[in-house]
Design a protein around this ligand. Sequence first.
Ligand code: NAP
Length: 330
Amino acid sequence: MEYRYLGNSGLQISELSFGSWVTFSDQMDEKKAEVCMHTAYDGGVNFFDNAEVYAGGNAELLMGNILKRAGWKRSEYLVSTKIFWGGEGINERGLSRKHIVEGVDNSLMRLQLDYVDLLFCHRPDYQTPIEETVRAMNYIINQGKAFYWGTSEWPVESIMEAYHIARREHLIPPVMEQPEYNMLHRQRVEVDYIPAYDRFDMGLTIWSPLGSGILTGKYSNGIPKDTRASLEKYTYLEGRFSGDRAETNINKVKELAPIAQELGITMPQLALAWCLKNEQVSTVITGASKPEQMEDNLKATDIKAKLTPKVMDRIEMVLDNQPSFPTDFR
Ligand SMILES: NC(=O)c1ccc[n+]([C@@H]2O[C@H](COP(=O)([O-])OP(=O)(O)OC[C@H]3O[C@@H](n4cnc5c(N)ncnc54)[C@H](OP(=O)(O)O)[C@@H]3O)[C@@H](O)[C@H]2O)c1
């Protein structure tokens, strides 16, 4: 495993990490999730991602129990949570000071931890002034309940606003963003966020590196049983697995499969290693609904070197989706 700095911070994070969305509680019970977490940790993973909303809080409960039993030194692993959707009440969602402070306390209780290492604003809240959110994050960190804060799926303008408010008011600025990034979803990470990389070397903890499973190749002949796409509770993800856009993507994966085969690696490894080639990425958060997937994915770190410039060009030809940069009028 290799470790990267989280943006412009002194924190080192494993380039592959492990998250709990969809899988913890809804696909895996505590025992299975425990095997996955131990496989990840033994493979050098030091970061585990969570959110108050995952499985209605149960993903944090499971992770907390597993961490407690593991007995790992607290200084040797990183845990995150994300705040936005904490419940149905009008003040249980969003990024008000009230919800951030109460949401973090509830998450820490479920995780049975004194602090999380990384704390994310799970989405932008257009009803709350950004200054209120920046001040609440600053307060949480000063209380010792988190070490670093950042955003998830925020537009670059809002990230820059948060950064400038923090600097102007002598508050703690955000250091990272958690965006979706994979071979099929590139615009924000490769183009839109450039001002934040330039201004404060924003780190990225990227999600859905396999596009929820599409990039594994398992959807070539319809939707197999026992996969994310077959889960009733997650029908809102349907557009990823069926329809015109999905069909185009599945065809691209069919063309990528021979490249993986020639390199002697699996399709998930190819897709994960491709994300790792982007140096702005601090960590690729992987997901696994079975321990053997975790084992397969961990090997991506060793095969990065196989993705030479020539191989990357071949992949680019198949993907045919390189985002365009804004015109330079100088
Ligand atoms: N900030 C945000 O808004 C946000 C949003 C989403 C996710 N996340 C974070 O990012 C993490 C990763 O996202 P993700 O779960 O969508 O990642 P992903 O890598 O795109 O999808 C993971 C899924 O792909 C399948 N898979 C994984 N490895 C495989 C392998 N080797 N062979 C075959 N199938 C494999 C499994 O699904 P099957 O059950 O179908 O086999 C697995 O659950 C989440 O756990 C969460 O922590 C954050």
